[in-house]
Design a protein around this ligand. Structure first.
Ligand SMILES: CC(C)(COP(=O)(O)OP(=O)(O)OC[C@H]1O[C@@H](n2cnc3c(N)ncnc32)[C@H](O)[C@@H]1OP(=O)(O)O)[C@@H](O)C(=O)NCCC(=O)NCCS
Length: 391
């Protein structure tokens, strides 16, 4: 098996998916993804678009302007036709799955270099668009029980998660994200892209829009659940609706050496796991256990962890059940905040958290060796993936 390395990764900032306030409200998803492809090639001049074997792009909602977005943004950007693309849907883990596909292809010798991307536009393509559940599914699960908010409420209830603890996760996430933003820690991953501020003025979007600087435990305590009467899960404890894109270059290590490229991260292993779709948020528990079993490692061997915060409730349950942490502040999880603060453009996030993980391991935790990224996904799809810092 050939070794696989990740050469570089970049992303757009995450913007609110809001028709009058979102900084990318006037941008199409393909334009965002093309800008990310452009940014990636611009700073990696030794990697030529002509030499890419294929693109794998994660997108949860493949309809309308995000239909086969991996391919269409590539073509719209003027990139070579002979490079094929496969836009993958595995709900929220789609972007992580894209990396799995590329890594496995390289390992068995099917091509040297892949682009792995993720893109979602939750404004132009809302979560509810185009859903037509199979009638027989309704016999097995009440359709309402499959909605993301309902699953977060169920996880909070079944595991008896205290609202106060969930608010602390949101506070931690937003404070860490704000501190990282203010210290310029995201600068290496965010490609500035033109957008518009809330008043309609053109701006270069360089920071994530959702981070709440004014967050407080007292303010959050006054909020109620939009999902369930007297429920526990509020908007503050939910990842917000977001638009964003990201991409990375993944290559066979021998090819990277031949090209004289700098790289620091090796793909170690990944795993997918399915779980009860009415409790979709706890999916990282079996996914992480599976990848640990396959590698013979334990979560204690992981120096830095990125866990996508779909909701506070599932974040806490996953960390507690895996024995990683009980309550924030966390010492090795989501050190630059998570989706509660940064946003969660569904199929993009699985790739985005790997890019952020690499940047944390390089700049914040230079002595770290192993990094774990994991996320849950709609309808009970979850992934976990380990990378190793080798230089
Ligand atoms: C929860 C959700 C329904 C909220 O949607 P929304 O109502 O459009 O969200 P908003 O951001 O406008 O928040 C609602 C209110 O809560 C307030 N709020 C949100 N977070 C807050 C915080 N941390 N502190 C104080 N107030 C907060 C907002 O300011 C807003 O108040 P306003 O109406 O007075 O302006 C939506 O974000 C959602 O569905 N999230 C989950 C997405 C999802 O399922 N993703 C997939 C996961 S697997």
């Amino acid at each position: 098996m050939r070794e696989v390395v990740i050469i570089d990764g970049v992303r757009s900032a995450n913007a609110r998916a809001h028709k009058s306030k979102g900084w990318f409200r006037n941008k199409r998803a393909d334009e965002l993804l093309t800008a990310v492809y452009d940014g990636l090639f611009a700073r990696n001049p030794k990697v030529k678009p002509d030499d890419i074997e294929a693109v794998f792009c994660g997108t949860a909602k493949q309809v309308a302007s995000t239909l086969d977005i991996g391919r269409l943004a590539w073509l719209a950007g003027g990139y070579p036709e002979h490079v094929a693309a496969n836009t993958i849907c595995q709900q929220c883990p789609s972007g992580m799955s894209a990396l799995e596909h590329a890594a496995r292809a390289i390992m068995v010798g099917d091509g040297d270099t892949y682009i792995v991307a993720g893109c979602e536009d939750m404004l132009a393509v809302p979560m509810s668009m185009g859903i037509d559940f199979a009638p027989r599914l309704g016999v097995r699960y009440a359709p309402g029980a499959l909605s993301m908010g309902a699953t977060a409420e169920k996880v909070a209830e079944v595991y008896n998660v205290e609202p106060e603890d969930m608010r602390k996760v949101a506070l931690y996430s937003n404070q860490r994200a704000a501190a990282a933003r203010d210290a310029g820690k995201f600068d290496n991953e965010i490609i500035p892209i033109e957008g518009h501020d809330e008043d309609g003025n053109p701006i270069m979007v360089k920071t994530d829009q959702w981070i709440r600087d004014d967050i407080s435990l007292e303010g959050m305590a006054k909020m109620t659940s939009p999902f369930k009467e007297n429920g526990k899960v509020t908007a503050a404890m939910s990842s917000p609706l977001t638009t964003g894109a990201c991409a990375m270059i993944v290559m066979a290590r021998d090819k990277a050496d031949e090209l004289g490229l700098d790289y620091s991260f090796k793909y170690v292993r990944g795993a997918m796991a399915g779980n009860d779709p009415t409790m979709m948020g706890i999916g990282p528990i079996p996914a992480v256990r599976k990848v640990m079993e396959r590698t013979g490692m334990t979560v204690d061997d992981m120096d830095v962890i990125e866990l996508n915060e779909a909701f506070s409730s599932q974040t806490l349950v996953v960390l507690r059940e895996l024995g990683i942490a009980q309550n924030p502040p966390f010492d090795k999880v989501n050190l630059w905040g998570g989706a509660l603060a940064l946003g969660h453009p569904l199929g993009e996030s699985g790739a985005r958290i790997i890019i952020t993980l690499m940047n944390i391991m390089k700049s914040e935790k230079p002595d770290s060796k192993y990094g774990l990224a994991t996320l849950c996904g709609g309808f009970g799809n979850a992934n976990a993936l380990i990378i190793e810092k080798i230089k």
